[in-house]
Design a protein around this ligand. Structure first.
Ligand code: TRP
Length: 450
C-alpha cells in the first residue's frame, strides 16, 4: 500500500538554511520514494493567523513556492498546492469545528502559552488571542483529514496538533461514520536523523532569534552571513574543539562523512576560523549554487509558479470535492430534492390498508377492505348507491371503536349500530380468524391516524 504523506509550510517568512535541512530537503527525498504519495502545500490560511501584513504574505507565498520547486520538488509526482485554493478546506474546518470540544482546544500548547503569558503580565487571560489562533488546530486537522494522510512530517512543536487531528477524526467517525470510517487516523512523523541546525549565535536557527542564514540570498550575502558565525577566540594555528563549535555542526549537516572527518582533523590541527568559514562557504555553494540559479529564474516568472500551483489545486480538488460531498451528505447537508424523493418512495414501499369500491352486475355497490399486502380483510354488503357505500367506509374508520365483531363459523361479520356491514372471507381455523380480527382493528386505527 502506498503511504500518503502530507505537510504544510506556513507562509510568513523567507526560507533559511534551517528550514532547508530540517524540512525541505528530507521532504523532497521522501517524495521520490516509490511507495509514497506526497502532498505539500502552502499553509497560507495559517499564515493569516500570525501575520496581518498582506505584502509579507504575498511575498512569502512566492518565495516558498519557488524554494520548493528550485530544490527539486517535482509537481508532476507530488500534489503541490496552496491551502487557500481549496475551498473544501475551510468548509471541512467548519464541519470539524462542530464536533471539536472546546476543552480540547483549551489544552493546545500555543493557546496555553499565550494565556500563561497574559496571566503572568496581569492581563486578561485571552488578551490578544484571536479565534484564528484558538482554532488553529481545527484548521490543521482539516488540512490533514481532507486528504486522509497517514503520515504527517512535522517538527516536535506540532506533534500535539497531529494528535488533536486524530481525536477530531475519531469523534467525527464515531458520530457520522455509521460503521464506515470516513477519516484515517494520521500519525506525526518525526525524523530523528534530520539535523536541527544551529544559527549564527549557536542557538537553534530560527527567525525568532534573528540568527538565520538565508537559503537563496546572493553568494555575497551567504559569505557575509557565514562571516558572522560566532566562534571562540582561538588564534590560527591553535587547536580547536570541533564538538563545541557550531560552525562544525553546520558543516557536518551538508558534508559527506569523509569531508566531515577531514574538517575535524584540520580544526584539531589548528585550522584558522577564517579558513574554516571559507570552507563552509564552498561547501554550501556546491550544494545550493545551482538551485539558487533556478530559484532566481523562477522568482522572475511568478506567472509560471501561479500556473503550477493552480494545477496542483485542480489535482487536489479531484479528491477534495467528492470527499467533501460525502461528508456533507453524512452530516445531513443534503439536497432537499433528494429528500422528497426518498419520502415518496418510502410511502410507496410502506403501503397501507385501503378501501376499494366497485359496482356489481345488478347495479348495487360494494367495497372491499384490503390489507397492506393486498389480501382481502372485508367484503361489504350491497349498497344502493356509491355515496352510501362511501359514507360507510368513513364510519368504519371514525367509529372503529364501536364495531361489533361476530364470529360465524370460519368467518366473522362486522356490525355497526345494530346493522351488518361487511363480512370476512373464510379462514382455515379459529386462530387465523382471530388473527384477522386483530389485523382489521389495526388497519382501521392506522387509516384513521393518517
Ligand atoms: N502548523 C504547521 C507549522 O507551523 C504548518 C501546517 C499547517 C501543517 N497545516 C498543516 C503541517 C498540516 C502539517 C500538516 O509547521
Amino acid at each position: 500500500m502506498t503511504t500518503r504523506i502530507l505537510t504544510g509550510i506556513t507562509t510568513t517568512g523567507t526560507p533559511h538554511l534551517g528550514n532547508y535541512a530540517g524540512a525541505i530537503r528530507p521532504a523532497i527525498v521522501a517524495s521520490r520514494s516509490a511507495d509514497t504519495d506526497s502532498f505539500y502545500f502552502l499553509a497560507d490560511y495559517h499564515a493569516l493567523i500570525k501575520c496581518d501584513d498582506p505584502l509579507r504574505i504575498q511575498r512569502s507565498r512566492l518565495e516558498i513556492a519557488a524554494t520548493w520547486l528550485a530544490c527539486g520538488l517535482d509537481p508532476e509526482r507530488v500534489t503541490f498546492y496552496r491551502q487557500s485554493d481549496i475551498p473544501e478546506i475551510p468548509e471541512l474546518t467548519w464541519l470539524l469545528t462542530c464536533v471539536t470540544a472546546k476543552g480540547l482546544l483549551n489544552r493546545a500548547h500555543a493557546y496555553k502559552a499565550s494565556v500563561d503569558k497574559n496571566v503572568a503580565a496581569g492581563e486578561d487571560p485571552d488578551a490578544g488571542v484571536t479565534m484564528g489562533l484558538y482554532s488553529y488546530p481545527v484548521l490543521m486537522a482539516a488540512d490533514i483529514l481532507m486528504f486522509n494522510a497517514h503520515q504527517v512530517p512535522v517538527g516536535r512543536d506540532q506533534i500535539q496538533h497531529v494528535e488533536m487531528a486524530r481525536d477530531i477524526a475519531q469523534r467525527f467517525n464515531h458520530l457520522f461514520g455509521a460503521g464506515k470510517d470516513f477519516f484515517e487516523l494520521p500519525e506525526a512523523l518525526i525524523e530523528e536523523t534530520v539535523a536541527t541546525l544551529p544559527g549564527l549565535d549557536g542557538r537553534k536557527m530560527s527567525k525568532s532569534y534573528d540568527n538565520t542564514i538565508p537559503l537563496f540570498g546572493t553568494a555575497k550575502q551567504l559569505k557575509e552571513a557565514i562571516a558572522r558565525i560566532v566562534t571562540d577566540s582561538r588564534e590560527p594555528g591553535e587547536p580547536k574543539d570541533p564538538d563545541s563549535a557550531h560552525l562544525f555542526t553546520l558543516y557536518q549537516a551538508f558534508a559527506t562523512a569523509e569531508q566531515t572527518a577531514e574538517f575535524r582533523h584540520d580544526l584539531q590541527g589548528g585550522l584558522a576560523w577564517g579558513e574554516a568559514k571559507q570552507r563552509l562557504f564552498q561547501l554550501l555553494e556546491a550544494e545550493l549554487g545551482e538551485a539558487r540559479e533556478h530559484y532566481n529564474a523562477l522568482i522572475a516568472k511568478p506567472d509560471d509558479i501561479e500556473d503550477v500551483l493552480l494545477a496542483g489545486a485542480t489535482k487536489a480538488r479531484k479528491i477534495a470535492t467528492p470527499f467533501l460531498g460525502e461528508l456533507r451528505e453524512a452530516v445531513g447537508l443534503r439536497s432537499l430534492n433528494a429528500q422528497v424523493k426518498t419520502e415518496k418512495t418510502k410511502k410507496k414501499a410502506a403501503k397501507r390498508a385501503r378501501f376499494v369500491s366497485f359496482r356489481e352486475h345488478d347495479g348495487t355497490f360494494r367495497f372491499r377492505l384490503l390489507a397492506a399486502d393486498g389480501s382481502q380483510l372485508l367484503l361489504s354488503r350491497a349498497f344502493a348507491d356509491p355515496k352510501t357505500a362511501g359514507q360507510m367506509t368513513q364510519r368504519l374508520q371514525s367509529e372503529a371503536g364501536q364495531l361489533e365483531i361476530k364470529a360465524e363459523e370460519l368467518r366473522f361479520t362486522v356490525w355497526l349500530a345494530g346493522e351488518p356491514v361487511a363480512e370476512s372471507p373464510d379462514f382455515a381455523n379459529a386462530d387465523e380468524r382471530q388473527h384477522a380480527v386483530d389485523a382489521l382493528r389495526e388497519a382501521l386505527v392506522e387509516m384513521t391516524a393518517e
